[in-house]
Design a protein around this ligand. Structure first.
Ligand code: FE2
Length: 343
């Protein structure tokens, strides 16, 4: 269902709610390029900032901290707001409240923003694609992100998106996956992406001539630790293997960004053909726990600190050279830095 159909139906009363809130309404309806991507033009990305798990009713001062870091772009990796089990009206109200927050408002005026979602903004804790309001939830997210009406994502069964940024030779291909819309936990072999998204992803990866591939996945990919309420690709063994095989097939340096677990880690695994896959998990922006979940691929963890991540890319060093950083959302600066080695 596209946004026009949704509005015509007025199935949740969202349109009338928006019209009644004229102060929000002008800001709410996306303008072309309102997400700021046009500002990037053909500039190589040198600082990609990202994060997840943002309780929008909590202090949002961290946007000032991240802005001072001068990122070229911000990537939401999910749980961008928390709207568990709420009505669609309330979900939209929470997006609008964040969008109208003075710290976030300043941030989005200077930093281009893209993103995907996870369970808490999509629907509710650990919810899969059986969520009956998922089409409306998609519209709410894409409008929050100011995704232009011309973008292909409006025609997808989900919010998966692709961005190729930078000039040839210094080009970053950012692929944002949707792990919720087509997730099916009721099958004997549980599914996470859905066949349409798999086909799209295979075409994106096979057709890429970029110099760096960045995959945004709301859930952790490389850690074998799941259970105890933790979600991760490891619960979807067949699809995890399929993704790793797909990534092995493309000779482009690859970094996966993830969120969700309320701590940060940097990990590295080596695929059977020798290609390394790095993963930087940053979570959360407003709340963090102190639980360590060690595993063999883990290179570094940050627990107990609210955090965001940065990929600092040096295109003058062949590879390119990428410093994978975890930063404090507050006063503590850079908490951890690991160099990705692609040679
Ligand atoms: Fe989550």
């Amino acid at each position: 269902m596209d946004r026009r159909t949704f509005l015509r139906r007025g199935s949740t009363g969202m349109a009338s709610l928006m019209l009644a809130q004229s102060a929000f309404a002008l800001d709410y309806w996306p303008k072309s390029n309102a997400n700021g991507l046009a500002r990037l033009e053909d500039k190589p990305l040198t600082r990609i900032a990202f994060g997840s798990c943002n309780q929008s009713h909590l202090d949002q001062k961290h946007w000032d901290v991240i802005a001072r870091d001068n990122p070229d772009i911000w990537i939401w990796l999910g749980d961008n707001i928390y709207a568990d089990g709420t009505s669609m009206e309330e979900r939209i109200r929470r997006y609008l409240s964040l969008k109208d927050n003075s710290y976030y408002k300043n941030f989005r005026q200077t930093v281009p923003i893209i993103g995907t979602w996870d369970d808490h903004d999509f629907a509710s804790n650990n919810m899969d694609g059986h969520f009956t309001d998922k089409a409306a939830s998609k519209i709410a997210l894409l409008d929050f992100l100011d995704v232009p009406q011309s973008a292909k994502v409006w025609n997808h069964s989900g919010v998966y998106q692709s961005y190729v940024l930078g000039p040839p030779g210094q080009q970053t291909h950012i692929i944002l996956l949707d792990l919720r819309y087509n997730m099916n936990k009721t099958l004997s072999t549980r599914e996470i992406l859905g066949e349409d998204q798999w086909q799209w992803l295979a075409e994106e990866v096979a057709g890429s001539s970029a110099d760096l591939l960045v995959i945004g996945s709301s859930l952790n990919l490389t850690s074998p630790v799941v259970g105890l309420g933790l979600e991760g690709w490891t619960e979807y063994g067949a699809e995890k293997r399929r993704l790793l095989e797909l990534l092995a097939s493309v000779p482009i340096p690859t970094i996966v960004l993830s969120g969700d677990r309320h701590f940060a880690e940097v990990a590295r695994i080596q695929l059977p053909n020798g290609k390394p896959i790095y993963e930087v998990m940053s979570s959360g922006l407003t709340h963090a726990n102190g639980i360590k979940l060690p595993h063999p691929g883990q290179l570094a963890t940050v627990v107990g600190y609210k955090n965001y991540g940065v990929l600092a890319i040096d295109w003058t060093i062949s590879g390119p050279q990428v410093r994978m950083q975890i930063h404090s959302t507050g006063q503590y600066g850079t908490l951890k830095e690991i160099m990705a080695k692609f040679a």
